[in-house]
Write a protein that binds this ligand. Structure first.
Ligand code: DLL
Length: 435
């Protein structure tokens, strides 16, 4: 197991490092980004010496809309010529969010991703099959550089061409794989369809993130592929993948790279901090970023934080899995529903495959939440899709969802391969109410 000294700092050593870096970041943003100068002046918060980490609470927030308004380079704090790389996240609405990195930022990011891979159990000399998309998306190049930093051999497979992924995984004998969890399930299907036995794979670990997933999904992936599957989190605005990652030892909370990012968990409505262990919105302040400093960025991601020590030996705080987003919560007839809650119910049914979509529409002004999920291939070998047994299963799912979240849903159980497969982030929800 590889541990870096920054992951083992005492609380006081971490606080003093964060204090010094926060002071630098606020000064840097104020001096070089007109947006931040206006924002901080407007809030009466000029940069000052000797900030403490908790002083971040006095600063104003940065929001997604601010990033959109400054498209493309308005938030860069260095000359464009000193920006070594640009990434962007697509987003569903309008212009993408553009972020930039100096050479120094790229080095920090590589180190964060190297730490994440080490958290998953990677060791120098391993072969990593990286099936995150390469390109403007931060997943591919982010993990790639992290793997090189740690001394792995990287196969830059990128997403797609799933048959070829299976061939490369078996022929090259990858020790680890990195991709979205939904894509790994897609690959697992292809491995099984090709009749490749588990013994032909050498995989020990999978570094999965970029989209929400559940413990049920982890169990399936670990069983089917014989790997330790850990959750990696990040967002382009903050740096990309490598903001936090679970350790293989506990798989209970994602260790935050607190020497580079200051994390707050706030009540999304009031903006006030919530207690440790309570779910709130993650708000990030970068501590070392040169090209794209970020002050109190409202991520929209909901999670809780745990500061108790971890058996893996790291002293960094751990965030929970992402419980949902402030903006992907579905409100169905007045009830708040997170897609992950429904996923958990579906994946507890052995006859249902982990491929599903939620479709929301209105019938006579009433919200209908339709759960479309696939039956397993074994099930359809034994029963027809429209059989009595399948109908009884659908009725059980309806009851289980009602028991779990208190809303009635329509359940459509479909033949295998009816739900579109993802090669990157899965599209789980189609909300047609305003279409
Ligand atoms: O998805 C960065 C990334 C790449 C993370 C590869 C992990 C692995 P964006 O495209 O900017 O960046 O999307 C960021 O994706 O705000 C979350 O809502 C969601 N997200 C990322 N990781 C997780 C995760 C990358 N482990 C947005 N669990 C974030 C749940 C996640 N949601």
């Amino acid at each position: 197991m590889i541990l870096s000294p920054q992951e083992q700092l005492s609380q006081s050593a971490l606080a003093s490092l964060q204090a010094q870096r926060l002071t630098w970041t606020v000064r840097h943003a104020y001096d070089h980004v007109p947006f931040y100068r206006r924002l901080l002046d407007g809030a009466g918060r000029k940069p000052r010496e000797g900030m403490r980490p908790e002083d971040v609470r006095d600063l104003p927030f940065t929001r997604k809309q601010d990033l959109r308004d400054q498209y493309p380079f308005g938030l860069f704090a260095v000359d464009r010529k000193d920006v070594a790389r640009i990434h962007a996240s697509s987003g569903t609405r309008g212009k993408p969010t553009v972020v930039g990195y100096t050479k120094g930022d790229l080095a920090v990011w590589a180190e964060c991703c190297a730490r994440a891979l080490a958290l998953a159990g990677a060791e120098p000399g391993d072969l990593l099959h990286n099936a995150y998309g390469y390109g403007l998306f931060t997943g591919g190049l982010g993990l790639h550089q992290g793997a090189e930093f740690l001394g792995l051999t990287v196969v830059p497979a990128s997403g797609g061409a799933t048959q070829r992924q299976v061939q490369l995984l078996t022929d090259f004998g990858a020790d680890g794989i990195s991709c979205t969890p939904s894509y790994l399930l897609n690959i697992a299907d292809a491995i099984e369809a090709a009749g490749v036995p588990r013994s032909a794979l050498r995989l020990r670990y999978a570094v999965l993130g970029a989209e929400p997933w559940t413990e049920e999904m982890r169990r399936q992936i670990e069983e089917r592929l014989g790997v330790d599957a850990v959750d990696i989190y990040g967002l382009s605005e903050v740096i990309g993948p490598g903001v936090a990652c679970e350790c293989r030892e506990e798989k209970h909370g994602l260790h935050l790279m607190e020497d580079h990012f200051l994390v707050e968990v706030l009540d999304p409505q009031s903006g006030e901090p919530v207690e440790d262990g309570e779910v709130g919105e993650l708000v990030f302040t970068s501590l070392t970023k040169e090209a794209f400093p970020l002050i109190r960025y409202r991520s929209g991601d909901l999670a809780s934080i745990d500061r108790t020590p971890c058996s893996c030996g790291r002293s960094t705080a751990r965030m929970s899995r992402i419980k949902g987003r402030t903006d992907d919560m579905l409100i169905i007839r007045g009830v708040n529903v997170f897609p992950s809650e429904i996923e958990a119910v579906l994946l507890r049914q052995p006859d249902i495959a982990p491929h599903y979509q939620l479709v929301v529409y209105r019938v006579r002004n009433l919200d209908v939440l339709e759960v479309r999920a696939e039956l397993t291939a074994e099930f359809v070998q034994r029963h027809r899709v429209d059989s009595e047994v399948a109908r009884a299963l659908a009725a059980r799912v309806v009851e289980a969802v009602r028991g779990e979240i208190g809303v009635g849903v329509e359940v459509q159980l479909l033949a295998p391969h009816s739900v579109p497969r993802s090669e990157g982030k899965a599209v789980r929800v189609q909300d047609l109410r305003n279409a």
